[in-house]
Write a protein that binds this ligand. Structure first.
Ligand code: ATP
Ligand code: MN
Length: 465
């Protein structure tokens, strides 16, 4: 019987070659062979593995075969049989081949293998067709799914916080302005300022740098919420760990103190890594082989070991005593750079570290103030190769202390009055954190540049695709 429905390659490769008729569709990765027989490696993105199509040259039109080149898209009918060659269980003995679209070998940019990641960034519109990006994007998907799975199973509510914000008190980084004003003819007030009352929202607005403040509004009603959405930071930092548009997961929990917060962060990260190891074994094995030989060991190590929990002050002491020469010299009060974070994790403890109780000057206004008057109940989770992967804290629940800090920092009341209402009415101890999704994907895939773990990276001077 002629099959009319396509079977995905992943599913074909998981079955046995019993000679039944199958229909399979995908893009040609390679074609080789001789004048009698051709072997086509076909991939449809359902798995890193290709299925081999065996073509009896004599039974097909010469022109058709000539047009089957790397990158061309095909529909293939044939019988699924036990593979003669080694390396895979089944292959398709082709009876019918239809070319959907050719890919001219002279101009198709992925004609040859082994392009650098830098080159592939310049053709980000085509790079999903490579093995590397197929693997990364499947892992990214699995992690996103696992995140929802984790929180859903714990009764957290997925809260959709706004991407356009009228508050510039989030304080996590420089913002992108959102406006419909005519930039060639900006309305001005009498005292020479931009007249935002004439703008779309009637006030100055930006893209959000974090959903946390709104997340707290949800948590102080629903107990446990999480956000998972894009955030935007106009930081002009061209590092391998920063994007201008990235995705963040921000759980926020009523009745959690900082210990509960750390327990959740550690359990969450371990769950996600374990999930990826179980569900993306082929992709992770490929990335391990190609980019980072220690990847699988590192992932297992994180899953199987307790994170070190340490105060910022103790961390500073260790760094000072290390004798290591840092680009940014270490002293109490320093906002730790990635070099310091990685020293603690990779050289000193050789384990993930949760650093707590940072100086209040280098942390946001909403963090719970410790009794020493100098530090706040912050917690950053530091990972090997990445540095900071999570930033969080217990939040200040006292209206008076929070209002005092807001005044001290000169944050206008008009920007935060609604936030302060959570402390005015039914205030509770609560905590939360932000996990940078791309930093997680970096860690799990072993890639080293954040531009290579998001389909279409947004960085300074780069927003083509
Ligand atoms: P960093 O010091 O690395 O710039 P941050 O202190 O600005 O980070 P937070 O404001 O605490 O970070 O944001 C929470 C999390 O979001 C971070 O732990 C990190 O995983 C991620 N993150 C922050 N900025 C970026 C960025 N520009 N691109 C990608 N991920 C980011
Ligand atoms: Mn930052």
């Amino acid at each position: 019987m002629e099959p009319t429905r396509r079977t995905k390659i992943k599913d074909l490769l998981e079955t046995t070659g019993d000679g039944r008729s199958v229909l399979c569709k995908g893009w040609v990765r390679t074609k080789r062979g001789n004048k009698n027989v051709a072997f086509i490696a076909l991939n449809d993105g359902s798995t890193i593995n290709n299925i081999q199509i065996v073509v009896d040259v004599a039974s097909f039109d010469e022109n058709l075969l000539k047009n089957i080149t790397t990158g061309a898209s095909l529909a293939v009918k044939g019988s699924l049989v036990v593979s003669q060659g080694s390396g895979q269980g089944v292959e398709i003995q082709a009876s019918d081949i239809e070319i959907y679209g050719t890919a001219d070998p002279e101009t198709y940019p992925l004609q040859k293998k082994g392009h650098t990641l830098e080159f592939l960034r310049e053709i980000a519109h085509l790079r999903p067709r490579t093995n590397t990006f197929g693997a990364v994007l499947r892992v990214r998907h699995a992690l996103a799914f696992a995140i929802h799975n984790y929180f859903n199973s714990k009764g957290f509510v997925y809260l959709h916080t706004p991407l356009i914000t009228g508050s510039d008190a989030e304080g996590a980084g420089a913002m992108f302005q959102v406006t419909t004003l005519d930039l060639k003819n900006v309305p001005m007030t009498e005292d020479g300022k931009v007249d935002y009352s004439r703008d779309f929202f009637g006030k100055s607005c930006n893209l959000t740098v974090s959903g946390q403040l709104e997340g707290e509004l949800g948590a102080t009603a629903l107990s446990e919420i999480y956000t998972f959405g894009p955030t935007f930071r106009a930081e002009n930092s061209n590092t391998p760990r920063h994007l201008a548009e990235f995705w963040m997961i921000e759980p926020e929990m009523a009745f959690y103190d900082i210990e509960d917060n750390m327990d959740l962060a550690e359990d969450f990260l371990k769950y996600l890594i374990k999930y990826a190891l179980e569900h993306c074994a082929d992709d992770i094995a490929f990335l391990c082989k190609m980019y980072d030989n220690e990847l699988i060991d590192r992932l297992n190590f994180v899953v199987n070991n307790d994170f070190v929990r340490l105060r910022y002050s103790e961390g500073i002491e260790i760094l000072e005593k290390s004798g290591h020469k840092f680009e940014f010299p270490v002293s109490w009060g320093l906002d730790l750079q990635s070099e310091h974070e990685r020293y603690l994790v990779e050289q000193h403890f050789k384990k993930p570290v949760i650093l707590t109780d940072y100086p209040k000057e280098i942390k946001a206004f909403y963090m719970k103030q410790n009794d020493d008057g100098k530090t706040v109940r912050a917690m950053d989770v530091l990972f090997p190769k990445i540095g900071e992967i999570i930033g969080g804290s217990q939040r200040e629940e006292s209206y008076d202390k929070l209002a005092a800090r807001i005044a001290e920092l000169g944050i206008p009341e008009k920007d935060v009055w609604w936030y302060l209402d959570t402390r005015r009415f039914g205030s509770v101890p609560h905590s939360g954190f932000g996990l940078g999704f791309e930093r997680l994907v970096l860690f799990v895939t072993g890639m080293s540049n954040i531009r290579d773990v998001i389909p279409f990276p947004r960085t300074p001077k780069s927003a083509e695709f």
